[in-house]
Design a protein around this ligand. Sequence first.
Ligand code: L34
Length: 292
Amino acid sequence: MIRLDGKETSNTIKEEIKVQVTEMKAKGERVPHLAAVLVGTDGASLTYVGSKVRSCEYVGFESSLIQMEETISEEELLTQIDALNKDERIDGYIVQLPLPKHINEEKILLAIDPKKDVDGFHPANFGRMALDLEAFTPATPYGIMQLLERYKVPTSGKHCVVVGRSHIVGRPISILMSQRGPAGDATVTVAHSRTKNLAELTKQADIVVMALGIPEFLKADMVKEGAAIIDVGITRVADKTHPKGYVIKGDVAFDEVAEKASYITPVPGGVGPMTIAMLLKNTLLARQWNQD
Ligand code: L34
């Protein structure tokens, strides 16, 4: 069993980006600038956005964190987005999800200039990605593709079962893995809450991508011997014995599934850190694609 180490791989990618930033600086070029909009004070969102900003500093990017009150109106957020679209110093930005319930997420994502949409959530980017055109690829699926590619996990002609159909993970990874190219050429099945006999499907899979959000849902008796397991789940489960008051659980019962797996991503330290690294990669691409 080989652990797909997202922490280590994300560090490698950050080093690669850092080298490119140093070269940009040496040529007198402006370095990439990422902005992150965070609405409210959700603990997990604060952690993820904080990590994104710190990683920018590490690789030599400029970064801006825009924190807004939980109670702001949709109008106020749209005004902020308009300002970011117009701000020539900002190469790319993200609006951290989830947003408060009174704000229409779809409307917000549509307002982001596709050229600055380093999350790749705008329909223009998502559509371009699905049509094999140059586009920003959403960071989490992009990170999974990088892990598969860098660890040379066989995917061509393999049966991949994706569990979950979210716009951020399940849907895009199912498209990417069925496309031609590295980490692609797989035969993909998308399973979701209405799927019947899920275990029958996952047991046939050479690769399982779990993006459901239910802690330790995938058990050893649901997977084939030698399968590759990608765990995208990241749930904070209350645990008073821990200093933070919670532990982070993936969608996979790691210990028992690891015994049967050929490859497996841990949680934490798997897909999560890769998401951050690929956001940086997209910001570098934004800088390169939108040269002034
Ligand atoms: N707009 N919203 C937007 N873009 C995104 O790409 C995200 N996502 C998801 C939530 N909302 C978003 C993230 O950034 C999930 N996500 C994310 C990012 C980083 C990590 C997990 C999820 C991560 O670094 N995870 C660490 C543990 C961090 C902890 O201590 O909680 C890990 O090792 O898995």
